[in-house]
Design a protein around this ligand. Structure first.
Ligand code: ADP
Ligand code: MG
Length: 238
């Protein structure tokens, strides 16, 4: 059994009258690619926001490498090794791809490292070394997504949260993103992935957590969750 890098127990988030996260437990094995799926509004992004510290928990506990994240601000969680890749990448448009990734390297974990080496590795992992010297302005959506992953991994995380990295990508770009995430995991970084594309998520993930209306409805291997009656009901609305 792998070590658990991130765990949640009884995680609850209320917004005014709404329960966006309803008593969710999770255990993310270190070194895995872990999926988080559920219908629109299920609470996937909210769960990620609770892990990064963008939102405070209403109840329960989240532990990263055994340490409770209660009261720890977002930037410190980042320095502890939790990175998030946003769906809408907002690079500095006038800077080159390499310079944008260097910003991630500089603002990452505070240990002494050779930033250029980190940048080169991030370029290689994401497959964008050939455009390293282009400015970020005018890059395609697929390339911007890879740049966002590169910027995030340049901070040298041990856990990468990726919220719908394949959304809006064509089949070729989706496959490239899948390869990119496999490379990230190949470097020993645990990946927690929100993804709508069922084919992508079941092909890449070791285990998947399924939530609906804030509640956990299934957890297991891809084969287990796709055959789970609760999951079929949530997705088909039957
Ligand atoms: P998903 O990412 O699964 O589509 P979200 O986590 O974005 O779902 O949203 C879950 C629920 O929480 C939705 O009903 C959404 O409207 C609500 N919600 C999310 N963020 C906020 C917020 N900051 N204030 C109020 N309600 C929110
Ligand atoms: Mg979302």
């Amino acid at each position: 059994m792998n070590e658990i890098i991130l765990s949640g127990r009884g995680v609850v988030k209320h917004f005014a009258g709404l329960t966006a996260t309803d008593n969710v437990d999770f255990d993310i094995p270190a070194g895995s690619i872990y999926g988080l799926i559920g219908p629109n509004g299920a609470g996937k992004s909210t769960l990620f926001n609770l892990i990064t510290g963008y939102y405070d928990l209403t109840g329960g506990e989240i532990r990263f490498k055994g340490t409770s994240l209660a009261g720890i601000p977002t930037y410190r969680r980042n320095q502890m090794g939790i990175a998030r890749a946003f769906q809408i990448s907002k690079p500095f448009p006038a800077l080159t791809v390499r310079e944008n990734i260097r910003v991630g390297a500089i603002f990452g974990r505070p240990e002494k490292v050779d930033h250029e080496k980190v940048v080169d590795e991030a370029l290689a992992i994401t497959g964008i070394a050939d455009i390293a010297d282009r400015t970020a302005e005018g890059l395609t959506v697929g390339t911007l997504r890879k740049l966002e992953i590169a910027r995030a991994i340049a901070t040298r995380p041990s856990l990468l949260l990726a919220d719908e990295p394949c959304a809006g990508l064509n089949p070729t770009e989706t496959q490239e993103m899948v390869n990119c995430l496999r490379n990230v995991r190949g470097k020993g970084i645990t990946v927690w992935l929100v993804e709508h594309d069922m084919k992508a998520v079941t092909s890449i993930c070791d285990r998947i957590l399924v939530i609906d209306a804030g509640r956990k409805i299934a957890e297991g291997t891809p084969a287990e969750v796709v055959s789970n009656p609760n999951v079929i009901t949530a997705y088909l609305g039957a």
